[in-house]
Design a protein around this ligand. Structure first.
Ligand SMILES: Cc1cc2nc3c(=O)[nH]c(=O)nc-3n(C[C@H](O)[C@H](O)[C@H](O)COP(=O)(O)OP(=O)(O)OC[C@H]3O[C@@H](n4cnc5c(N)ncnc54)[C@H](O)[C@@H]3O)c2cc1C
Ligand code: SF4
Length: 316
């Protein structure tokens, strides 16, 4: 691990300033992703700004009947919150499908949104990787790509966003709140938050340097039945091959988003409209234009079957 300096910020704007002003500085929250990447020198920050004392650990009702989740709320506390369990069940289900109890006790809401891809070539500093080292190439293209993406990817990078919680947040139309070093606030819909890779896979999100996530807001509850189906190689401690978050209303309408397939939680609103016609219609539309590799083409029928099982359960 490379040497770095460390400070604990006392307020949100000061934290943003500390990172913006210092080249190579980064925020640290639970550290469950960042420290792992630092140990293998995939990430080499020069300075860490710890954000755990900023008071961003509360879940509050919003004026319009939604919920505002502080950036530092742990995955455990968010999943267990009575209001989340009652009104946003898809979110609780997605969170508990991820990582392990110990990790969820440390992992924060913002850190989960910003966790980096699990592409194995990204983790191996001997391999070419445009995301780790821009312009160096992509060992995954033409390499082993079973875990990797099939839609929204590019000729520079075919990795996926690996998380579970943000797939549920996409179905719920969450909004990410930020503050920057000048005290400017932004509200970014989750649909626009994670970037498609394009020519710049090193940029995972639309956050600007030093911009701090302060909260995630959920609109008022949608009602309906909530589901999260995660298909993975082991029952725990494994990332999704494919995951499906869905909210299904009694008349068969609803919303659906997929994980494990794209650089961001994958939702196509035009595909939502086809839910009453069944899983095949929905996935045909959601994955229109997909470019699977020979290793990961199985994800397309897997996504259809996972959604079909949700729709069958919704009718039961
Ligand atoms: C063995 C293992 C298994 C896992 N399995 C799963 C799984 O199945 N599903 C899943 O979804 N996740 C899984 N995870 C990932 C885990 O959920 C993430 O590591 C965690 O959510 C990151 O949160 P953190 O608070 O620890 O972030 P950190 O590691 O502290 O930070 C992650 C990134 O976010 C940035 N950051 C943190 N807070 C802020 C902020 N407020 N504003 C701006 N930037 C910020 C940091 O600079 C860093 O770049 C797993 C992790 C491990 C180690
Ligand atoms: S798929 Fe992306 S993360 Fe993986 S090696 Fe290629 S550029 Fe790197």
């Amino acid at each position: 691990m490379k040497a770095f300096t460390y400070e604990r910020a006392k307020d949100a704007r000061a934290a943003a300033q500390a990172v913006a002003e210092r080249p190579g500085a980064k925020f640290i929250a639970g550290g469950t992703n960042l420290l792992d990447l630092m140990k293998i020198e995939v990430e080499t920050p020069t300075h860490l700004v710890d954000v755990q004392d900023l008071g961003l650990d509360r879940i509050e009702k919003t004026r319009d009947g939604g919920l505002r989740i502080g950036a530092l709320v742990t995955n455990t506390n968010l999943a267990a919150d009575e209001r989340v369990r009652r009104d946003y069940g898809v979110l609780t289900r997605a969170i508990v499908a991820g990582a392990s109890g110990q990790l969820r006790n440390k992992a924060s809401t913002a850190g989960n949104l910003l966790q980096r891809t699990r592409c194995s070539y990204f983790y191996d500093t001997n391999m070419a990787c445009n995301k780790r080292k821009p312009g160096s190439g992509c060992a995954a293209i033409g390499g082993y790509s079973r875990q990797l993406g099939l839609i929204g990817v590019s000729s520079a990078c075919i990795a996926t966003f690996p998380g579970d919680m943000p797939v549920a947040m996409r179905v719920l139309d969450a909004v990410i709140e930020t503050v920057d070093a000048n005290g400017q606030h932004r509200a970014i819909p989750i649909a626009d938050f994670h970037r498609l890779w394009g020519d710049h896979p090193e940029q995972d999100t639309v956050l600007r340097p030093g911009e701090l996530i302060t909260a995630v807001t959920l609109p008022r509850p949608l009602g309906g039945k909530h589901f999260y189906e995660k298909v993975r190689d082991r029952a725990s401690y494994a990332f999704a091959l494919v995951s499906v978050a869905a909210v299904v209303q009694p008349d068969g309408t609803g919303r659906v988003a997929f994980g494990g397939v794209a650089p961001r939680p994958w939702r196509v609103e035009a595909a939502d409209a086809l839910l009453p016609q069944g899983a095949v219609a929905v996935t045909a539309r959601a994955f229109q234009g997909a470019t699977p590799t020979k290793d990961n083409a199985f994800k397309l029928p897997l996504a259809t079957r996972a959604l079909a099982s949700i729709l069958a359960e919704a009718k039961a």
